[in-house]
Write a protein that binds this ligand. Structure first.
Ligand SMILES: Cc1ncc(C[n+]2csc(CCOP(=O)(O)OP(=O)(O)O)c2C)c(N)n1
Ligand code: SF4
Ligand SMILES: [Mg+2]
Length: 350
């Protein structure tokens, strides 16, 4: 197998507003197992960023450790990236975002990375409402270390080695909702039609956007009895709302009858269109979203789609009233308040 990616592409590939083709948003050749769900997520991210005409140099790809955390190497090779430490991506992203709020923080994590060693960091970055897109490639196992059960594995399932999951699983969408995330969605790596608009909407959301993506591990969690295998997901997936994403510069067109969809205006002026297939599904109700997730789980189903959105969300810098200028661009004269200011501060402590 060759590990060199061909640079050749068709001369008439479609270009976006920046004149870039989707190939300009690709990364290195993937070294993940053939058929790994994480590669499908990579492809959805490439498509979403190309269609949104994201400037690659204004993106910071953040990750921890795991097969999923390797994935940022396979998209957006012209962007910044920080492959950090297992479970520590949220604190590294918080630091980076504090220093430069002008970048788009696209984070990729695994269920081991976020629901086990990094669960504490996950909880705090949600409640701090950091402006970022936090994606978890959820396969129910630690893929990179050969298939140990992750904390997202359903109680009672066995991994490929036969080990039984003894404890209650952690549902990261439920946790994110309880901790105050203002955008919460779940999707499946094999459903690009649903995944791409959700990624685009998450990118346009101002505030903390969480996306849990069921992403089967073909090597260690695709056996009979697994609740994260391709077959199981195909048989048990239920869609809460079919979501479409419409950038504000495009005319909104639809051949749906009114009542079949709802347009939700996002903070950046773009529009998210939710096609309701469940009578009265309300994506603005976090409590109901938790109940819906749990009710479907009782029936052995995985509820996907946009589960919750607060279009008027705030974010970390706003809440903390920080300066609009990225900290890494503050000049000496702003950073140093001068003698008089220092003297008056000191006077307060006398
Ligand atoms: C501090 C630390 N503890 C443990 C490990 C070993 N380790 C590497 S990846 C991993 C789990 C990865 O699982 P997940 O985050 O679900 O990613 P996946 O490989 O399934 O995509 C573990 C336990 C490590 N690298 N660092
Ligand atoms: S071990 Fe599993 S998660 Fe890791 S690359 Fe292979 S299929 Fe993907
Ligand atoms: Mg995993």
């Amino acid at each position: 197998m060759s590990f060199v990616k061909s640079k050749f592409h068709h001369p008439r590939l479609p270009v976006n507003d920046l004149g870039l083709t989707y190939r300009d948003y690709e990364g290195a050749l993937s070294t993940l197992c053939a058929g790994c769900g994480h590669d499908a997520i990579t492809s959805a991210i490439v498509q979403a960023c190309h269609e949104l005409s994201i400037e690659p140099h204004k993106v910071a790809k953040m990750s921890g450790i795991g097969c999923s955390s390797k994935a940022p190497n396979y998209f957006l090779n012209k962007s910044h990236g920080f492959n950090s430490v297992h479970g520590r991506m949220p604190s590294v992203t918080t630091g980076a975002n504090l220093a430069n709020q002008d970048l788009l923080y696209l984070a990729m994590s695994g269920d081991g990375d976020s629901a086990s060693i990094g669960f504490g960091q996950f909880a705090h970055v949600v409640r701090r409402e950091l402006n970022m897109v936090y994606m978890v490639a959820n396969n129910g196992v630690y893929g990179l270390t050969k298939g140990q059960l992750a904390a997202t594995a359903d109680k009672g399932v066995r991994n490929k080695a036969g080990d039984l999951s003894l404890f209650t699983d952690i549902d990261l969408c439920v946790s994110a909702l309880q901790l105050g995330a203002t955008f919460v969605a779940r999707s499946f790596s094999g459903d690009k039609k649903q995944l791409v608009p959700l990624i685009k909407a998450a990118i346009s959301h101002k505030g903390f956007a969480f996306l849990d993506i069921i992403s089967p591990c073909v090597t260690f969690n695709n056996h009979t009895g697994s609740t994260r295998s391709y077959d199981y997901i195909h048989d048990h997936i239920t869609t809460a709302a079919v979501t479409d994403f419409v950038p504000h510069k495009e005319n909104i067109t639809s051949d749906c009858n009114s009542g079949e969809f709802e347009d939700v205006r996002l903070h950046d002026g773009s529009t998210m269109r939710i096609h309701k297939i469940e009578e009265g599904y309300d994506s603005k109700n976090a409590i109901k979203a938790i109940t819906d997730i749990e009710n479907h789980k009782q029936k052995g189903e995985i509820l996907t789609g946009l589960l919750y959105l607060d279009p008027n969300a705030s974010e970390f810098h706003e809440i903390n009233n920080t300066t609009d200028i990225p900290l890494n661009k503050l000049e000496q004269d702003i950073l140093c308040p001068g003698n008089n200011a220092l003297s008056s501060i000191n006077d307060n402590f006398k």
